[in-house]
Design a protein around this ligand. Structure first.
Ligand code: BDR
Ligand code: CA
Length: 316
């Protein structure tokens, strides 16, 4: 069983990533930590709990993490345009029953790793603030991290918030710089592949036709997400960026990775948040992460559709 901590900012695709993880018989979610990103922390923390409740998951604790990036104000505009004002536009879900735990998200990450008998996988699908803060506060936790599977960055193709940068990395570039320089075993699922693993109208209808309540909410989340992509980016197809991080844990053949050296632009306003990767090995820098190069879209669509039909089975 793969033991993971989901660090997220739901967010439509974060929500679907949570649902996918919860429906996999290979993954145990030890806890969910939330971060400011697609919306303010209060909203992302509420959205995470709404989704868990809806999907009958009442044994996964939720911890609120950092409410702002490490050194910058929260950049809100694109998050709101794409995900709605409260970060989870579209279906109306009841207020959550699952409480917010008292402990801070960063402290939960540190405590859980320190107490772990087996190594744990961190899955950050929002800005990297909580992960960077945990690594700074408690560098000893690195020994307990099996890998960090991140959604973020755009290496080959353009960004989605500036021409150079992808949203998660742009929101907290200093945090990203700390994480990539940490020496941890890092897998990065970039926009380069998430924009090639899109759901088309017929894929959304396939999920909706399954008829169960989790498939239904996924279809309704994707309806909203597809609409905002038409308005903002001019195409009607729906990436589910964050769920790819869970997808590669379920089936590692989903994405092909290449080991490279990668650093983050933090000083230049033009390229702020850019994930600059040495694809040809010309800098002489030791590779520090694996970046995604290729994805099997059909496999991803099948994986999402098949898993959403399954009931939640507690792994406690
Ligand atoms: C990333 O930004 C957010 O809007 C999504 O949730 C995803 O994590 C894609 O750039
Ligand atoms: Ca996200």
């Amino acid at each position: 069983m793969k033991q993971i901590i989901m660090d997220c900012d739901p967010g439509h695709d974060d929500a679907i990533a949570l649902l996918l993880a919860s429906r996999s018989d290979q993954i145990k979610i030890l806890g969910v930590t939330t971060v400011a990103g697609n919306s303010e922390l209060e909203n992302t923390s509420r959205n995470a709990r709404k989704i868990l409740d809806y999907a009958d998951i009442f044994d996964v604790p939720v911890y609120a993490g950092c409410s702002t990036p490490m050194m910058r104000d929260l950049y809100r505009l694109t998050g709101a345009i794409i995900h709605g004002e409260d970060g989870l536009g579209g279906p109306t879900l009841p207020d959550p029953v699952t409480p917010i735990e008292q402990e801070h998200g960063v402290d939960f990450i540190i405590r859980t790793l320190r107490q772990a008998e087996e190594k744990i996988i961190l899955v950050p699908t929002g800005p990297l603030t909580n992960i960077a803060m945990a690594l700074i506060k408690a560098p000893d936790i690195k020994d307990k991290i099996e890998k960090i599977v991140i959604m973020g960055g755009a290496v080959v193709d353009p960004g989605n918030i500036t021409s150079a940068a992808e949203f998660n990395i742009y929101v907290d570039p200093e945090a990203a710089k700390i994480v990539f320089a940490s020496g941890c075993n890092i897998y990065l699922n970039t926009l380069d592949i998430s924009m090639k693993a899109v759901f088309y109208e017929e894929d959304i209808e396939r999920v909706r036709a399954q008829g169960d309540k989790v498939s239904d909410i996924v279809a309704r989340l994707l309806d909203f997400f597809a609409d905002t992509h038409v308005k903002h980016f001019g195409f009607r197809a729906c990436p589910i960026h964050d769920a790819l991080c869970i997808g590669v844990l379920i089936d590692e053949s989903l994405v092909e990775f290449q080991k490279v050296f990668l650093d983050i632009s933090v000083n230049d306003p033009l390229t702020l948040g850019e994930t600059v990767a040495d694809l040809w090995g010309i800098t002489g820098n030791e590779p520090n992460c694996y970046i995604s190069m290729k994805v099997d879209r059909e496999k991803f669509v099948d994986m999402i559709a098949e898993h959403m039909k399954k009931p939640y089975i507690s792994k406690n």
